[in-house]
Design a binder for this molecule. Structure first.
Ligand SMILES: Nc1nc2c(ncn2[C@@H]2O[C@H](COP(=O)(O)OP(=O)(O)OP(=O)(O)O)[C@@H](O)[C@H]2O)c(=O)[nH]1
Ligand SMILES: [Zn+2]
Length: 323
């Protein structure tokens, strides 16, 4: 059976098997009625032949054995389908300091960076780091600015428009039409700090979210009211959002300068004159002169350097950023 991994906990993989009739595109009526988790939930372990291969939320897998989904049944994952993307982060110094990359979510198409416009104040450095992670994983970023009843999005938009980052502005009880449109039919990962309004948004987007999460937690033995790991939730209009409550930081030590630069195609040509191994942050970088000669928007170079610099250091996330 084909399964979609919606949660992972201590060697147990919670998979969703689409029920007959829900395979392929669900009917509009069904979608309008909404269901955070349609289909059958099956808990599985990894088959021995998979060895040390990791399985993460978002993976599409092949299941054998008892796939009835009944209480205390356990299926086996025998294959992980090829992934279209892998969102990773380096372990940071709050964990082991090995700098090893950790996979977070597979097959995501969109990284939704949720940031409050106020309370808590926006942290541009954190946003920058998330953008680098998105570039690295080849996932489209979407900046989701929440609590627009408290502050204007103008300043942040001015900071990110030069990067070409799409954005949406939302507030509690407000119109979610534009966000829904951007999420529809896609697999999106939501990241953001505690208190930015992520749960408020998820609950508004997926009316069944709480029930679905406590169901997964009950199945995996995590307990009903905790949500410390990533869980995939199905959107009523089709598509998935993956909340990542456990991800508090995004170490990016594994991302190369080239990867970040790839997000700035308009600047790549200017690096031809750079010395070998140029960090593009020091004085010998050729980009300054190239941009000064009018080949690109200086704001773009500022953005690039902000992102390059944001790869360094990993535990700044819980400190407020300098504006
Ligand atoms: N003024 C205002 N407050 C909001 C809005 N959205 C959420 N809040 C409030 O902000 C606080 C945090 O919201 P949550 O949705 O719990 O935030 P979260 O990002 O899920 O935070 P954690 O649960 O800690 O991960 C709550 O008190 C919400 O009521 C909004 O649009 N405007
Ligand atoms: Zn350079």
């Amino acid at each position: 059976m084909e399964g979609f991994v919606v949660a992972v906990d201590r060697g147990r993989y919670t998979c969703l098997i689409a029920s007959e009739g829900e395979k392929g595109r669900r009917r509009k009526k069904d979608r309008a009625e909404g269901a955070a988790m349609s289909g059958r939930v099956v808990v599985a372990m990894k088959a021995r032949e998979l060895g040390r291969k990791g399985i993460v939320v978002g993976d599409r897998v092949a299941l054998v054995g008892d796939v009835s989904g009944g209480p205390d049944t356990l299926a086996r994952v025998v294959r992980v389908e090829p992934r279209t993307s892998m969102l990773r982060r380096s372990a940071d110094d709050t964990e082991d300091t090995d700098g090893i990359e950790r996979p977070v979510v597979a097959n995501a198409e969109q990284l939704v960076i949720v940031t409050a416009l106020a309370d808590p104040p926006p942290r541009p450095r954190m946003i920058d780091r998330m953008l680098v992670a998105a570039f690295d994983a080849d996932i489209e970023p979407l900046l989701c600015l929440t609590k627009s009843d408290l502050a204007s999005p103008q300043e942040l938009v001015a900071l990110y428009a030069p990067l070409g980052v799409p954005y949406v502005v939302v507030r509690r009880g407000g119109d979610l039409g534009e966000v829904r449109e951007r999420l529809e039919g896609r697999l999106s990962v939501l990241v953001g700090h505690s208190g930015v309004g992520k749960s408020t948004l998820v609950n508004a987007l997926v009316p069944d979210a709480n029930r679905a999460v406590s169901h997964v937690n009950a199945v995996t033995g995590r307990g009903r009211h905790t949500s410390t790991s990533a869980v995939a939730l199905e959107l009523p209009e089709g598509g998935w959002i993956i909340d990542t409550p456990g991800v508090r930081s995004f170490g990016l030590a594994h991302v190369s300068a080239e990867t970040v630069l790839a997000g700035f195609p308009d600047l790549v040509e200017g690096t031809v004159g750079c010395p070998k191994g140029c960090t593009h942050l020091a004085e010998e970088c050729a980009l300054d002169a190239w941009v000064a000669a009018g080949h690109a928007d200086p704001a773009r170079l500022v953005s690039l350097r902000r992102l390059l610099a944001s790869r360094e250091g990993t535990s700044d996330d819980d400190r407020p950023d300098a504006p």
